[in-house]
Design a protein around this ligand. Structure first.
Ligand SMILES: C[S@@+](CC[C@H](N)C(=O)[O-])C[C@H]1O[C@@H](n2cnc3c(N)ncnc32)[C@H](O)[C@@H]1O
Length: 152
C-alpha cells in the first residue's frame, strides 16, 4: 500500500526541515510514489529506493523516468534488493513505510550501520527501543504518524 498524498507531503516537509543534503535510502519503495515525490520536492537530496517485489519495482522505474525526465536516475533510482541485506553505510537519511514485524530487525541494522547524526523517518510504525526526536500527525483520514529519529 503506497503512502497517501498528505503523508508524502508531510515526509517531504520534514526532510526539508532537516536542511541536510545527500542520499536518501528508501527501504521498501513499492511503486516509487514516495521516493519520486521526495526527489521532486527535496532538491538537495537524491533518492535510492530498495524494493524486492519485481512488478512494483519496474513500475517505480518507469514512473521515475516519466515524471523526472532526462537525468531521472541521478535524482531517484529504484533498485532490486532486500532491505535487510542492503548496505546503508552511504545513507544520509533513511525513509521507510513498512509493517510492525519489520521494525525491530531494521532498527538493529540501522543502528549498526548508520553514522551518528543520521536521521531515520518512519511512516506509521515506530522503531522499537528508539526515542523519536519528533512525531508528526498527518492530515489524512487515518491521522498517520511519522516518526523522526536521529541515530545516536
Ligand atoms: C507499505 S509499502 C510502502 C511503499 C512506499 N515506501 C510508500 O511509502 O509508498 C512497503 C514496501 O516494502 C516492500 N518490502 C517489504 N519487505 C521488503 C524487503 N525485505 N526488501 C525489500 N522490500 C521490501 C514491499 O514489497 C512494499 O512494496
Amino acid at each position: 500500500m503506497p503512502s497517501s498524498a498528505p503523508v508524502r507531503r508531510a515526509v517531504a516537509n520534514e526532510v526539508n526541515r532537516l536542511r541536510g543534503s545527500g542520499l536518501i535510502v528508501e527501504a521498501g519503495s513499492g511503486w516509487g510514489t514516495l521516493g519520486i515525490h521526495l526527489a521532486k520536492r527535496c532538491k538537495e537530496w537524491r533518492v535510492v529506493g530498495i524494493e524486492n517485489s519485481p512488478f512494483p519495482l519496474r513500475v517505480s522505474q518507469l514512473l521515475a523516468w516519466i515524471s523526472l525526465g532526462r537525468g531521472s536516475k541521478s535524482r531517484a533510482a529504484f533498485r532490486k534488493g532486500n532491505i535487510y541485506t542492503w548496505s546503508y553505510a552511504d545513507a544520509n537519511l533513511v525513509v521507510c513505510y513498512l509493517y510492525p514485524g519489520a521494525m525491530q530487525h531494521l532498527g538493529s541494522i540501522l543502528h549498526r550501520e548508520l553514522r551518528p547524526g543520521t536521521r531515520v523517518i518512519s511512516v506509521c510504525f515506530a522503531l522499537p527501543g528508539w526515542s523519536p526526536e519528533k512525531v508528526v500527525t498527518c492530515r489524512d483520514l487515518y491521522r498517520t504518524k511519522i516518526y523522526i529519529y536521529e541515530v545516536e
